[in-house]
Design a protein around this ligand. Sequence first.
Ligand code: DOR
Length: 428
Amino acid sequence: MTRLVIRHGTVLDQQGERRADVAIADGRIVGVGTDLPAEDDDRVLDAAGSHVTPGFVDLHVHLREPGREEAETIETGSRAAALGGFTAVVAMPNTEPPQDSLPTIEFVRAQARRAGLCHVAPAGCITLGRAGEQLAPLGELAAAGVHLFTDDGNGVQDPGLMRRALEYARPLGITLAQHCEVASLTRGAVMHEGSCCSHLGLPGWPAIAEELMVHRDIELSRLTGAPVHFLHLSTARSVALVRAAKAEGLPVTAEATPHHFTLTDESLRTYDATFKVNPPLRTPADIAAIKDGLADGTIDAIATDHAPHPPESKEAPLDQAPPGMLGLQTALSLALTELDMPLADVVAALSWKPAAIARLDDRHGRPVAVGEPANLTVFDATAEWTVVPARLASKSRNTPYAGRTVRGAVRHTVYEGDPVVVDGVAQR
Ligand code: DOR
C-alpha cells in the first residue's frame, strides 16, 4: 500500500517538539522518526521549515446547512475548515430546522461524510427549537453520540430550565455550552455599550449582559456538579469569573474567538456590518484580558464562531444586518500574529484542548505517534499572506480581515490519513 510521508518537518504535540518525519498508511501513523526508510511508491508531503501537529479542532462553527445554504454548506464550510488546518469542527445547531432531533443530526453527519474534508460533530440544542421553553431530547441525542449541547445564538434565559438541563447533563455525560447573553439587556443592540456606541448614537450591548449569565452558570455548575463550557467570552470580567471558578475546581471551560482578541468596537465607526458580531467587539482592555486568559489557561480553546452571511444581508443597515464573521481560514494566522504565547500553547488551544472538551479526543488532538489516527496539520509559522475575501473557500465573504497581512500559513491538512489540503490547496 502507498504510504503518505511528511518529510523534513518539526513535530509539535503534547509531548514536545522534535525533528521527525511521519509515515501514514491506512488512516494511521505507522512511523515517526528521522531515519524512516523510503519506499519506492511513497507519496511525500514536504514539511521543511514547518511544524507537524495534531489536527486542529474548532468548537464553534456555523455551517448553515440545513436551511441557509445560500450562506454556506457543509461542503464549503468543511473545505474552509480543512484549509484552516482543522480536522474536526463542532457545528452549531442554529440551522433550519434546528439540530434538536435525530434526523437533523444524522443529516448533518451524512453531508459531512459525503464532503469528506473534515469531521463534523453536530452540537445538539439544549431546548426545542432553541426557543428556551422545553428541553430538547438530550438523552436520545446523547445516546446517538452527541456530546455538546447549546442554544448558541441565544442564551438559555430561564435559570430553572438551565438547572434542569444540567441535572440531566451530568448522568448523561454530556456538556452544555452557553452563549452568555441576558436577552432583556441586549434588545435592539448592535454593538458594545461604551463611549464609542454613545458617540455613534447606536443601541449598546453591555458587558454585564454576558457577565451575569457567566456568573449564573458558574453557580449552576457548582450546584449540579455538571460541566459548563462558555462560548465566545468577550469581556474582562467574564475572564475573571471563569478564572476564579477554575481556581475553586469547578468543571468549567471556556473559549475565545480570534476577533475578540484582535478587533475593538472602534471598527464600527465605519458603520460596516462586517464588524457586527454577537457578542460584540469590545475594548482594548477586554482584548488584553482575553489574551491574558488564553496565556494562563483560563480560556482553554481558540474557537472561530465562523458565521457566514451572504453579501446582501451584510450590506443592510447596521441594525438590520445579522451578526457574525468568517473565521476558519484566518484563526491560526491571527493567533500566531497577535498572541504573545509559546507556539506549543497556541497549538494546544487549537487542537488537543478543544478536542477534549468536545470529546473528540479519541481521534483528534492525539499525540503524533505510531498507531494513532492520522489527523494532522502542517503549517509554516513564519509565512506571511494577505487576506483576500474572494480567495476564501467559504460561500460567503464576510471576513473583517480583508487586506490584512498575517503570519502563519497552513500548508497541508491530513484527515483520516487522506491529504485533503496539499500546499495550501484543497484536494476536493
Ligand atoms: O455573531 C454571531 N453569529 N453570534 C452568534 O451567536 C450567532 C452567529 C450566527 O449564527 O450568525
